[in-house]
Design a protein around this ligand. Structure first.
Ligand code: DQQ
Length: 561
């Protein structure tokens, strides 16, 4: 007699809870080892990252009192290497009339001889009509510039420094960017907004950082994209991986505008400071409709120029995929992505590349590697000699000389659906092939990161997919598959995956950092030392694992200074 799957699922879940881990033990095993997390409670957007006097500073939207969003304050941590963090006291708490409901997102800027200031959004009500909530911008300065830890912050007596202008709804007026200096020597910053569903990056200018004037037009806007939260605007060199100070510009410089509207979209363009015009390189890849930093769980990101190592670093909020009830039981919610370096793709002038910062290498422990492993049809092989839930993986798959591809028409709007309908376990032609991480010995739990080559109407495409459908025996989880596609270049024979696995986070950098996908998974069996890695090919066409390297990564103990 066939036993209903749901019955088996419940029994095995129960079995593992009873004989292996209690729910609360499991919850703690899902905490990450080298991704940034507060000691407890809810966190969302990263705010005001910067490097100052030998320390990296990371602020973040934090609820000090509960594992759900609310009482939003700026948590604060410092690090010497962007990997080992020390928690400090709250930097900004909602304690003024203009931020009484929360100190929302914002940015850091170095003013007058490199002194940092923070501009953030205060959420409050209108004194004359207490039921109406409004957003306005406020300024904070360090109490002591000589303190490299910048432990104490003082809010400016002139606050709020910017309130919503005529014609802009004060419920859609938030998240100031890092400011930069234009040709005329004046400061500029952007504030996210919307008007009739048109996403807006409102431009403000100032000579003294206290009095701000709205520009004659927004720096940029795109119809039907909704509220633009957490805008970010920064220069990247036309050639090279190095970073640029936010005020840099010139003929060898392009600019990236990122806006958060459901997802983190970015667009590369040219910015002319004399008239504050920003023109995307490709209008069809505009902000809110084109390219995304990450095709998984990743939002409200913020970049900063790291003067210490002359690079631009990007950090994004990685939310949970479980229910709010589970977050309350865990006592914590959300992590920050592992810091990434960003630079312009030398093969295009309209897209960027992302890669985990080199400091990850300081965490590497045991390493296994293999070369030239053929993967025939329906091949699956466990990578021996390595286990665990803290890994860095790098793999190159070699494609056959003759590309055979299934005819599947791919567009930005259907790729996620294709990745889920045509998941990792079905038999395809050239793919699905890739890796299973956080997999149990019996494979009932597995998170698949894989490629499929398809013939789309507009040419050969590589689908990069992340299939979470079997990532956990737990059912009350969002297991949506994620994916994106990329044009397969003529003569391209290798496809690379670089993956960071950290208990409940899998961060994938595919095709040399061209496609990134972050997912949250909560295995019940494939946890900690019981987690395995497999390589697989479910296509009928054989592929070769040209090189595979896996490092176990060390824990990072985050303490309080
Ligand atoms: N989170 C903040 C807002 C921002 C939103 C509030 C984006 O400032 O718009 O916690 O996640």
């Amino acid at each position: 007699m066939a036993v209903p799957c749901i019955f088996l699922l419940c029994v095995s879940t129960l079995y593992y809870y009873i004989f292996f881990f209690s729910p609360s033990e499991l919850h703690q095993l899902h905490r990450t080892a080298f991704h940034f997390q507060p000691s407890k409670n809810w966190m969302n957007d990263p705010n005001g990252p910067m490097f100052y006097r030998g320390y990296y500073h990371l602020f973040y939207q934090w609820n000090p009192y509960a594992a759900v969003w609310g009482n939003i304050s700026w948590g604060h941590a410092v690090s010497k290497d962007l990997v080992h963090w020390h928690h400090l006291e709250v930097a900004l708490a909602p304690d003024q009339w203009y931020d009484m409901y929360g100190c929302w997102s914002g940015s850091a800027t170095f003013v007058n001889d490199g002194k940092p200031v923070l501009v953030y959004t205060g959420w409050s009500n209108v004194p004359s009509s207490p039921d109406r909530k409004v957003q306005m911008q406020a300024l904070a300065m360090p109490a002591d510039h000589e303190d490299p830890l910048l432990r104490k912050w003082v809010k400016a007596p002139q606050n709020p420094i910017v309130t919503a202008p005529e014609g802009i709804d004060s419920n859609f007026f938030r998240d100031p960017t890092t400011a930069w200096v234009g040709e005329d020597g004046k400061w500029r910053m952007l504030i996210g907004s919307q008007e009739n569903m048109t996403g807006l990056a409102l431009l403000y200018t100032s000579s003294d950082f206290l009095t701000w004037k709205r520009g004659s037009a927004p720096l940029h806007s795109v119809d039907s994209t909704g509220m633009w939260e957490c805008p970010d605007f920064y220069p990247v060199p036309l050639l090279g991986k190095h970073g640029l100070n936010t005020s840099s510009n010139g003929k060898d410089v392009m600019h990236v505008l990122k806006v958060s509207c459901v997802y983190d979209y970015y667009v590369v363009g040219t910015y002319v400071t004399s008239n504050d015009s920003f023109t995307p390189v490709q209008a069809d890849l505009d902000a809110g409709i084109g390219l995304r930093y990450d095709y998984g769980k990743y939002y409200a990101s913020k970049s900063f120029y790291d003067g210490n190592k002359n690079r631009r670093i990007l950090i994004g909020w990685v939310n949970e995929s479980d229910a709010e009830k589970a977050d309350i039981a865990k006592g914590w919610a959300s992590v920050q992505s592992f810091p990434r370096m960003v630079w312009l793709d030398p093969h295009t002038n309209y897209s960027i590349l992302q890669w985990p910062i080199e400091e990850v290498e300081s965490l590497r422990k045991t390493k296994v590697s293999l070369e030239s492993l053929p993967l025939g049809k329906e091949a699956i092989m466990q990578v021996k000699g390595i286990k665990g839930a803290q890994l860095e993986i790098d793999v190159d798959f070699q494609l056959p000389e003759q590309i055979q591809a299934e005819a599947i028409d791919v567009s930005a709007s259907n790729v996620e659906l294709i990745c889920s309908e045509k998941g990792a376990s079905r038999i395809g032609v050239l793919g699905p092939f890739g890796l299973l991480v956080l997999a149990s010995d019996d494979l009932v739990e597995q998170t698949a990161i894989f490629f499929v080559i398809v013939q789309s109407k507009d040419g050969l495409k590589v689908l990069v997919c992340s299939d979470q459908s079997r990532s956990s025996l737990e059912t009350n989880l969002d297991k949506t598959s994620y994916g994106s596609s990329y044009s397969l270049k003529g003569g391209q024979t290798y496809l690379n995956l670089h993956i960071l696995v950290d208990h409940s986070v899998v961060e994938t950098f595919a095709l040399g950092g061209r496609v990134c996908i972050t997912c949250r998974v909560y295995p019940t069996k494939a946890i900690d030392q019981a987690a395995r890695v497999f390589v697989f090919n479910n296509g009928t066409v054989p592929v070769l694992v040209k090189n595979l390297v896996i490092w176990e990564l060390a824990d990072v103990l985050i303490d309080t200074l």
